[in-house]
Write a protein that binds this ligand. Structure first.
Ligand SMILES: [Zn+2]
Length: 236
């Protein structure tokens, strides 16, 4: 009685190994991880750009505040001089008044600008906070996904590491002639051994002639699919 079961198990192990190796190489999660990482990098660049804008605007605010303070001081100084009666010359009084008005309008204008900058800074600060929260969330997600990814890879690696031993155990039981025959067929087929279920060769999905089925179930000889040429295996 020919027992093709061990050969079937080897074929299963080999296809399992292939599938795992592919999974190890290009896991879907690793694509997602890559996408998320570039999203985070882009987000950080945007954040930095915005932060730079915020900082330069803050510097501008400081400068305007100093300008306003200096102009206000001049206004006070000139005003005191003008109204304390220190200046008596009419012409000088008139020029000083003009100068005072112009200084006051500078102060007003600068204060308006300061208000605008402050509003702009508030909006930038809100944007920065929002971006920072988003980035933190994404970074957390990345860490979680990366952890899962590593754990999965590790699992696959440990399953793969155990396969050769299981394979060898089966090989030891295998008839050498049968194994050589299988190896020879491997040149033509990825899966030289095809299971037969409900009278159909699962290698090519074609029906197996009645006589071949009879021989197969009898189990004395090797039976090949008359359509695809694969070696047929019928599980008892
Ligand atoms: Zn077939």
């Amino acid at each position: 009685m020919l027992d093709l079961k061990p050969l079937w198990e080897i074929q299963l192990l080999d296809s399992q190994r292939k599938a795992l190796e592919i999974k190890l190489k290009e896991g879907q999660i690793s694509k997602d991880l890559k996408a998320l990482r570039s999203e985070i990098e882009q987000g950080r660049a945007d954040f930095d750009k915005l932060k730079e804008k915020y900082n330069s605007l803050k510097k501008e605010l400081k400068k305007k505040e100093m300008d306003a303070a200096a102009a206000t001081e001049q206004v006070d100084h000139l005003g005191q001089k003008l109204y304390s009666g220190t200046i008596t010359n009419i012409k000088e009084i008139n020029t000083s008044k003009i100068k005072l008005d112009s200084l006051k309008s500078v102060v007003n204008k600068t204060e308006d600008e300061i208000l605008n900058i402050m509003e702009h800074l508030d909006s930038l600060r809100a944007q920065l906070e929002k971006k920072s929260v988003e980035l933190n969330k994404k970074a957390d997600e990345f860490r979680k996904m990366h952890g899962t990814y590593l754990a999965n890879q590790q699992k696959i690696k440990s399953v793969l590491a155990q396969l050769p031993l299981s394979r060898q155990k089966i090989l030891d039981k295998l008839d050498i002639n049968l194994w050589n025959k299988y190896q020879e067929m491997k040149k033509r087929f990825n899966d030289p051994l095809a299971k037969v279920e409900k009278g159909i060769c699962l290698g090519c999905r074609m029906g197996v002639p009645f006589n071949d089925l009879r021989l197969l179930k009898h189990g004395a000889d090797l039976v090949y699919c008359s359509n695809c040429g694969r070696l047929l295996f019928w599980e008892r």
